[in-house]
Design a binder for this molecule. Structure first.
Ligand code: ADP
Ligand code: MG
Length: 617
């Protein structure tokens, strides 16, 4: 991250973030209101904090200096002892209430944050579901998307650990400075004199501390790497008697890391000292000038007390601003990645007058469909295709022949440039995108897992799925057994920092995901590519289950999987070259038959080689 982008640059991102998720946030309006009220209360109570003390000073301790008590006749009539008692009680009450408000502010914000985050993750998932076909062709995005998921978590965390304290401190600062000006303008100006110095010093030193801390982390990383190297190669190291030189390298790195650590600590201590001195100067100024004002009867002693308290309470948190700002800048990077993915919408939109699709039967028709990503260069050319509900369609052909593109048209990731895609006899452009896509499930070659439990990973996109639903889906996908065998079963956290699964297991989770959606149409884009034989069998068996009674489009390079299909399409260069059942195409003795024979031959040769114990290279 280095010198991550300055905080100012991240403001538009946060604005974009707020606009984007405002509908989700607005749904939590109750929590939002509670949080706002609690926040307001917190600020006001902070403001009130020194006032009981002021009253005690002005009306109890300094009784006699009575000529200035013009404003509050009620207090003048009170018995000093009662006033004292009231002040003491309200001191406790104010602090207690403030703690209460702060608690509610944090709690309601936290639960709002986690609810919005859960929704955003669902949205992200649904979005990816519909986007990934085209998206996956462009980038190794699985990895990116998993990271995006952890970015969502980071955003939630930053909301609580940086945004909230920052807002509270800023409001405190503004309200207290406002109050100071209301009490006495000259003294307020004087109190603010040291502020620029305070600000400059804290930002300068904080930056140095951050840099130094970062370098220290790097050094620690080096130490760990050296240790790992030495231990990993321990046999070689001992065989070559390299222990001594390894130990030396290690201790050198260790020394460097220690030095950096000390430097960081020194800088932090330095910052603290500077702040203390600047604050003391500010306090001294206010005390000096304020007392003179008191002596001139322009101000009461209690007012000076209020000033001093505000000075301390308002400025102290400023030293943390630099820290918050840098966290926010980092969070902005996370936010951008999330937003970029969510904004990655193909130019496909709901047209006026669309209707929500009824539950599909699953009849699919492509009517002279042509498509191009870029003008003139047609990727699909005049495709004609008719599929009955529940039929299995296999798409085969060399890579780049347009198979993925063809199925992406069903999801309306793109619209054809000519012709129509129809489901149940109606142009899919007549349906809303949401209702169309919610009835199509997709299993890709590389299925991504989120950093969440198995439960959540399966039920993504179906928020109201019950545990039984999830288990049933896992059963269907041949996944139940291995899930149960995981350390925490269905509660195991998967993804980036969680348990790692084999490719076959991931695919079976993806199948469970598709199963729970229970859609009439299913798209499988090379679901077994890259799996070993045993996993391939398991995944294929699960897919067979899943495909039952659903119109299924399966892209595969494994022609064995295609043999059972009701229709096989052999694509070449964006055209359907051959179309028919396996036996029809074999009889035709064209491209498909040639490819099939070649695969059989290769398989048999491998098989023979295995039998006779000859190693295959
Ligand atoms: P297949 O799935 O059969 O391997 P694709 O449908 O992915 O083939 O790709 C067909 C052609 O379209 C290829 O030449 C590919 O380079 C091109 N293509 C795929 N996706 C895009 C895209 N998003 N933008 C531009 N060209 C693309
Ligand atoms: Mg493809």
């Amino acid at each position: 991250m280095g010198r991550s982008q300055p905080f100012q640059q991240s403001i538009p991102t946060f604005w974009r973030l707020l606009r984007r998720f405002w509908p989700n946030i607005r749904k939590q309006w109750k929590l939002l209101i509670i949080s706002a009220i609690a926040l307001g209360a917190e600020v006001v109570l902070r403001l009130l904090e020194p006032w009981p003390l002021k009253f005690v000073f002005d009306y109890v301790l300094i009784a006699g200096a009575d000529d200035r008590r013009s404003g509050l006749p009620l207090i003048q009539t009170l018995d000093p002892v009662i006033l004292l008692t009231l002040a003491a009680l309200s001191l406790v009450a104010i602090t207690g209430l403030r703690a209460f408000a702060s608690y509610w502010n944090t709690v309601s914000l936290a639960s709002m944050g986690s609810r919005v985050t859960a929704e955003v993750r669902n949205q992200l998932y649904r979005h990816i579901q519909s986007l990934s076909l085209s998206y996956h062709t462009k980038a190794k995005s699985g990895d990116l998307l998993v990271r995006v998921n952890s970015d969502v978590n980071r955003l939630q965390e930053v909301l609580l650990t940086a945004v909230m304290p920052l807002v509270v401190s800023l409001l405190n600062l503004v309200s207290m400075v406002g109050m100071m000006f209301w009490l006495n303008r000259e003294l307020a100006l004087l109190a603010l004199v040291t502020f620029p110095l305070f600000w400059l010093e804290t930002t300068r030193l904080s930056q140095l501390i951050r840099q130094s801390a970062k370098q220290q982390r790097q050094r620690i990383g080096e130490v760990a790497a050296t240790a790992a190297e030495g231990i990993g190669a321990i046999k070689v190291v001992q065989a070559l008697s390299l222990q001594e030189s390894f130990a030396q390298v290690f201790s050198r790195h260790n020394q460097k890391s220690l030095k950096k650590g000390v430097q960081t600590k020194r800088l932090a201590a330095n910052l603290q000292r500077t702040i203390d001195v600047v604050m003391a100067s500010g306090t001294a100024l206010v005390l000096w000038y304020g007392s003179r004002l008191v002596l001139q009867n322009a101000l009461s002693a209690g007012d000076v007390l209020v000033f001093l308290t505000y000075l301390r309470n308002a400025f102290r948190p400023v030293q943390k601003f630099a820290k918050y700002a840098s966290r926010l800048a980092q969070a902005a990077a996370s936010a951008e990645r999330v937003l970029d993915i969510l904004d990655e919408t193909p130019d496909v939109r709901d047209l006026p007058g669309v209707v929500s699709a009824p539950t599909f039967q699953g009849a699919v028709r492509l009517d002279r469909v042509s498509f191009a990503y870029e003008p003139v260069h047609n990727i699909l050319k005049d495709i004609q295709l008719e599929v009955q509900p529940g039929q299995q369609v296999a798409l085969v052909g060399a890579s780049g022949s347009g198979k993925s593109t063809l199925v992406s048209l069903l999801l309306r990731l793109y619209d054809p440039i000519a012709g129509r895609v129809m489901i149940d006899g109606r142009d899919i452009r007549k349906y809303t995108l949401a209702s169309l896509r919610s009835q199509i499930s997709v299993v890709l070659q590389d299925s991504l897992l989120f950093a969440a439990t198995v439960w959540e990973n399966i039920a993504y996109g179906v928020p109201d799925a019950t545990r039984q639903d999830i288990e049933a889906a896992a059963q269907l996908a041949n996944a139940h057994t291995f899930i149960e065998a995981l350390p925490q079963g269905y509660n195991t956290i998967l993804g980036e920092r969680g348990a790692t699964l084999s490719g076959g297991q991931r695919q079976r989770l993806a199948i469970a995901r598709a199963a729970i959606r229970n859609t009439p149409i299913l798209i499988l884009d090379e679901p077994t590519t890259g799996l070993d034989k045993q996993n391939e069998h398991m995944v294929m068996a699960a897919l067979e289950q899943l495909a039952q009674n659903r119109t299924t489009f399966m892209i595969t390079h494994n022609l064995h999987m295609a043999t059972h299909a009701d229709v096989i399409l052999y694509l070449e260069d964006g055209q359907v070259l051959e179309q028919g059942t396996h036996s029809e195409l074999m009889q035709l003795n064209g491209r498909y038959a040639a490819l099939y024979q070649m695969q059989i031959a290769v398989r048999d040769r491998n098989h023979d080689a295995e039998e006779s114990g000859v190693a295959i290279s």
